[in-house]
Design a protein around this ligand. Structure first.
Ligand code: HEM
Length: 451
C-alpha cells in the first residue's frame, strides 16, 4: 500500500482554508504555495474548504488532472456553487452528460459560429465607450469592464437589448455571484442567503426568456436559430427528434456561462489596460498593430474576422497578462476512487487542487517569470503543453476562450486607437478570489484625435 502525500491536514474543518484565502487577499498566495512545494515537494496534502485535499503542482500534474477519465477524477466545486446554480450545470455533470451539454454549447461558442457576432460585440463596445468614456477625464476601469462584458453577454447569449430587463438581470446576477464565494451559512441577512434568493430571481428571469424564445422559434420557423445562445440551444434535437437539452439544463448552464464569462473577461481586459500603462514598449507595439488596422478601414467601418486575425501581438499581450495574473487562480476536482500518483495514494473522496499561477510562474518553463514579455508566445512551440493553463485544459478546458479572445481584442482595439491613459493609483492588486487592482484601477484618460 502507498503512503499519503506529506503535509498536515491542519485544524479540523478549517484546515488551511483561511491561510490560503488571506494569502490571496495579500497577493502572496503564489509564495504561500511555493513554500509548500519547497517543504513537501510537488505533491502534498492539506485541507481546503472543509475537505482533505491533495495539492498537485507541475506540467505532469496538470496533464494528469486535465486528461484523467471521469471515472478516476470528477469535477468538484464548492457546495455553495451547486446550491446557487443547480445540479445540472456543466460543473456538476460528468462523463456522457457533460459531453452532451458541452457539445451543445460549443455549437454556439466555436470560432466558426462566433465569427458572425463580431459586429454585434463591436456595437456594444462602441456604445459603451460613448456612454462611459467619451468626455470623461477619469474612469475606474474594472467596474466599467464589468458593465461592458455583461452587456456583451446579454446581447449575444440572450438576445437581450439594454433596458429595464437587463438592468434587473444584472442586479440579481451581481447579488447571486457575491454569495458564491461567501461562507455558505443560510441564515437571514447572510450574503449567502441573499445570493440564494437572488439566484431564484435570476432563474425566473432566465426561464421567462427561454419561454419567449421558444414561442418565437415556433412562430417564426424560418428565422435564424443561431441568433442567440438560448435560441440555438432550444433548436437542438437528438437522433430521436427529442430536445437535446432539458429546460433545466439550458437554464442552469446559461446561468453558469454568465458567471464563468463575466468576472474572468472583465478582469483580463482590466489587467491588460494596467500592463499597457506600465509597459511603454509593449503599449507602443500594440498601438502600432491596431493603428495599422484602423488606417485600413473607412471611418465607421466595422472590424472583420480577418482584422482580428491580424491582432497577433495584442493577443500575445493578453496571454502574457493571463500568465502573470490568471483570473482563475486554480480549481478543484475529486478522486472518484483511490488513485496512485507520483508514488502516493490519493484516497477516494479527497479533493485535488491545482493552481494555474504555479506552473505559469515556474522559472524552468518561463525564464524570468515576473518579467512582462509577450514575445514568449511568439513561437507556439516554445510553450510546452499543459504549461499555459489560464483556461484550464483537457475535457473541461474553458469553452469560452474564443469568446473572451474576440471581446478582448475588439475592446483593446478601440481603447488604444481612441484614448490614452495613465494610472491614478498604485499598481498593486489583491485576490478575492479574483484579482482586483487597487481601487478598481482608476485611470486618467485623454481622447485622441481620430486617425
Ligand atoms: C479571460 C477569460 C476567461 C478565463 C481566464 C477563463 C478560465 C476558465 C478556466 C480556468 C476554466 C476551467 C476550470 C476547471 O478546469 O476547473 C473555465 C471553465 C469554463 N468557462 Fe471560462 N474563462 C474565461 C472566459 C469565459 C467565457 C467568456 C465563457 C462563456 C462565454 C466561459 C465559460 C466557461 C464554462 C461554461 C466553463 C466550464 C466548462 C466545463 O466544466 O466543461 N469562460 N474557464
Amino acid at each position: 500500500t502507498k503512503n499519503l502525500p506529506p503535509g498536515s491536514l491542519g485544524i479540523p474543518i478549517i484546515g488551511q482554508t483561511l491561510a490560503l484565502l488571506s494569502a490571496m487577499r495579500a497577493n502572496t498566495a503564489e509564495k504561500w504555495l511555493e513554500q509548500r512545494i519547497k517543504k513537501y515537494g510537488p505533491i502534498s496534502k492539506l485541507s481546503l474548504f472543509g475537505k482533505p485535499t491533495v495539492f498537485l503542482h507541475g506540467q505532469v500534474a496538470n496533464k494528469f488532472i486535465f486528461t484523467s477519465s471521469g471515472s478516476a477524477i470528477a469535477n468538484q466545486q464548492p457546495k455553495s456553487i451547486q446550491m446557487i446554480i443547480g445540479d445540472r450545470s456543466l460543473l456538476e455533470l460528468n462523463g456522457d452528460d457533460h459531453r452532451r451539454v458541452r457539445n451543445a454549447f460549443m455549437l454556439f461558442l466555436k470560432p466558426e459560429s462566433l465569427k458572425q457576432y463580431v459586429g454585434k460585440m463591436e456595437e456594444e463596445i462602441r456604445m459603451h465607450l460613448e456612454m462611459h468614456w467619451l468626455g470623461k477625464q477619469q474612469v475606474t476601469v474594472l467596474p466599467l469592464m464589468k458593465i461592458l462584458t455583461f452587456n456583451i453577454m446579454c446581447s449575444l447569449l440572450f438576445g437581450l437589448e439594454r433596458g429595464t430587463r437587463s438592468k434587473n438581470l444584472v442586479e440579481g446576477f451581481q447579488q447571486m455571484i457575491d454569495g458564491i464565494w461567501s461562507v455558505p451559512v443560510n441564515l437571514p441577512f447572510t450574503r449567502y442567503n441573499r445570493s440564494l434568493k437572488a439566484s431564484k430571481r435570476v432563474e425566473d428571469m432566465v426561464k421567462q426568456l427561454i419561454h419567449e424564445k421558444r414561442v418565437e422559434l415556433k412562430e417564426k420557423c424560418a428565422s435564424d436559430p443561431h441568433q442567440d445562445l438560448i435560441t440555438c440551444l432550444l433548436s437542438l434535437r437528438n437522433e430521436d427528434g427529442e430536445d437535446e437539452l432539458s429546460e433545466k439544463e439550458i437554464m442552469q448552464n446559461v446561468m453558469l456561462v454568465m458567471i464563468a464569462g463575466y468576472d474572468t473577461s472583465s478582469i483580463l481586459i482590466t489587467f491588460i489596460i494596467r500592463f499597457l500603462a506600465i509597459e511603454p514598449s509593449n503599449y507602443a507595439a500594440v498601438l502600432q498593430e491596431q493603428e495599422e488596422i484602423a488606417r485600413s478601414k473607412k471611418s465607421g467601418e466595422f472590424l472583420t474576422w480577418e482584422d482580428l486575425a491580424k491582432m497577433k501581438y495584442t493577443w500575445r499581450v493578453a496571454m502574457e497578462t493571463l500568465r502573470i495574473v490568471p483570473p482563475i487562480f486554480g480549481s478543484t476536482r475529486i478522486a472518484v476512487k483511490d488513485i496512485e500518483y507520483g508514488g502516493y495514494l490519493i484516497p477516494k473522496g479527497w479533493q485535488i487542487f491545482w493552481a494555474s499561477s504555479m506552473t505559469q510562474m515556474d522559472n524552468a518553463i518561463y525564464p524570468e517569470p515576473t518579467k512582462f514579455d509577450p514575445n514568449r508566445f511568439e513561437n507556439k512551440s516554445s510553450v510546452p503543453p499543459y504549461c499555459f493553463v489560464a483556461f484550464g485544459g483537457g475535457t473541461r478546458m474553458c469553452p469560452g476562450n474564443e469568446f473572451a479572445r474576440i471581446e478582448t481584442l475588439i475592446t483593446i482595439h478601440y481603447l488604444v486607437t481612441r484614448f490614452t491613459w495613465k494610472l491614478c493609483a498604485d499598481n498593486s492588486f489583491s485576490r478575492n478570489p479574483f484579482p482586483v487592482p487597487a481601487q478598481g484601477l482608476p485611470v486618467q484618460i485623454m481622447q485622441k484625435r481620430p486617425l
